[in-house]
Design a protein around this ligand. Structure first.
Ligand code: HEM
Length: 455
């Protein structure tokens, strides 16, 4: 069980330093919040206060980039640090869900959904995961060159659709992609701008957002309608939500509440894992010797469809995924709001401050990692991991609000990567992996690679 270092008297601690960058640079750091965390740490230290706009209109942010600071922000089990920061408030535009609910409403929802995502239970989805990867890669040798980003999105949409929604989504990746991106980008844009138009004002951006949201809502409504028409359908997340009651009323959740919850699982449940797989494949496409170690490891298991029992034999594959998540953490930063005065890594943070834990900055801090820019999966070997601070590596966050889908994502990425690399040799074409930040961090456009059948 995680414990926090809440102190009795925050007033006796000093305030963190203010970031002394010109306003435009501060704004750029907020928009490019992955590398922005590094810039702020280098300019002002591991806990730093930053202001983007006039007091009253724009809340003050504290950027936290030390393991102790991350622990102080994330490990708490009460509502004194909550998901009430500007991003969560803006993200409620597409409804309430387990990701953006504040503590009191969140707890029963998380308890209701958790049993579906335990390590033991996600093992029941392994068949969907391995099969989806086989289907995707079966078409690759015919193409010779593929866009890893698009292929991995197809794969992960197919997996989430079949595993928890009970519908087929993989063939809709291209059609849904721009809508998903727009739905994710809209609240992020509003959260990172110094001045916002009132939420109800019908701006062109809001109109485009609503149009895309309608497309996404229709997808999850289709899953709910299919389940209602045939309740024996294999759609575990839909079933669980239909069977859940609202603790406030004791009544079943409304269809609208179910729809809003399903949306976050559609968004968070495929985009992040697709980015991880894309980055891992791109990195292997530049490191032939590491790719061959993965290929050799999986070849030992024969040509049959991989299962959850194979995972203990895929240690190198898992290390590659850990390293991909270190260098390219899809949740490049995570946020909270200080609801009371608190202490973070020795500094007093006043109530009302937005807290931003710079995951990307922690993962690339030269004071914490040897040669941090290097792709080196062996750093996650048991010997080299010994003694590492748990709070310097946070791809799935930390504390009670860490990712509910961590076991799901790790199993999917492991079986997916092993299945793909067993079938084809991958050569990456571009030297750079461009990044976009619609909400999570994703590949910014196609990631082309040459593929050759191994057999
Ligand atoms: C590589 C893949 C993934 C990464 C890196 C990732 C990362 C994260 C992180 C860092 C958080 C915590 C955010 C915070 O503290 O504010 C989170 C929360 C969450 N993730 Fe994931 N995630 C991944 C895959 C998934 C999958 C596959 C699902 C669903 C099937 C999922 C569903 C969620 C949900 C619902 C939350 C909110 C949990 C809560 O607040 O109780 N994620 N994720």
């Amino acid at each position: 069980m995680t414990t926090t270092t809440r102190v009795a008297d925050p007033q006796s601690y000093p305030l963190p330093p203010w970031v002394q960058m010109p306003w435009l640079e501060r704004l750029r750091a907020a928009k490019a919040y992955h590398t922005g965390g590094e810039r702020i740490r280098d300019a002002a230290g591991p806990v730093a206060l930053v202001k983007l706009g006039p007091r009253g209109l724009t809340p003050v942010g504290a950027v936290v980039t030390s393991p102790q600071g991350a622990r102080d922000v994330l490990a708490g089990t009460d509502a004194s640090i909550d998901k009430e920061m500007i991003l969560h408030v803006q993200a409620r535009v597409h409804g309430d869900n387990v990701f953006n609910m504040a503590h009191e409403r969140w707890l029963p929802r998380r308890r209701a959904l958790q049993p579906l995502f335990t390590k033991k239970h996600v093992a029941t989805f392994a068949g969907h995961m391995a099969l989806a990867a086989q289907e995707v890669v079966a078409k690759w040798p015919l193409k010779r060159q593929v866009d890893l980003n698009e292929e991995c999105r197809t794969l992960t949409l197919r997996v989430i659709g079949r595993s928890v929604f009970g519908i087929e989504l993989g063939d809709r990746a291209q059609q849904l992609g721009p809508h998903i991106e727009r739905v994710l980008r809209y609240p992020t844009g509003r959260a990172t701008t110094p001045v916002r138009a009132p939420a109800a004002l019908p701006t062109p951006a809001r109109w485009r957002y609503r149009r895309s949201l309608t497309v996404i809502q229709a997808v999850v409504e289709e899953a709910l309608a299919a389940f209602r028409a045939d309740p024996s359908r294999d759609a575990p997340l839909v079933r669980r939500l239909v069977e859940t009651t609202d603790p406030a009323t004791g009544q079943p959740l409304t269809d609208e509440a179910i729809r809003d919850e399903l949306i976050i699982f559609l968004l968070a449940g495929h985009d992040t894992t697709a980015t991880t797989l894309t980055y891992a494949l791109w990195a292997l496409g530049h490191h032939r010797e590491i790719q061959e170690r993965v290929a050799a490891e999986v070849a030992e298991l024969g040509k049959r469809t991989l299962t959850v029992d194979d995972v203990p034999h895929l240690t190198h594959t898992v290390q590659v995924i850990h390293e991909a998540l270190r260098l390219c953490p899809p949740a490049a930063a995570v946020g909270r709001l200080a609801m009371t005065d608190i202490v973070v890594d020795g500094f007093r943070i006043p109530a009302g401050t937005n807290l931003i834990v710079g995951v990307y900055a922690l993962h690339r801090d030269p004071a914490l990692w040897e040669d941090p820019e290097r792709f080196d999966p062996d750093r996650f070997s048991p010997q080299r991991s010994k003694g590492r601070n748990r709070w310097q590596y946070l791809p799935f966050g930390g504390g009670p609000r860490s990712c509910i889908g961590d076991h799901f994502a790790m199993l999917e990425a492991t079986l997916g990567l092993a299945t793909l690399v067993r079938a084809v040799e991958i050569t990456s074409i571009d030297d750079e992996f461009p990044l976009a930040l619609p909400f999570t961090m994703t590949a910014d456009g196609p990631i082309p690679a040459k593929v050759h059948n191994r057999s």
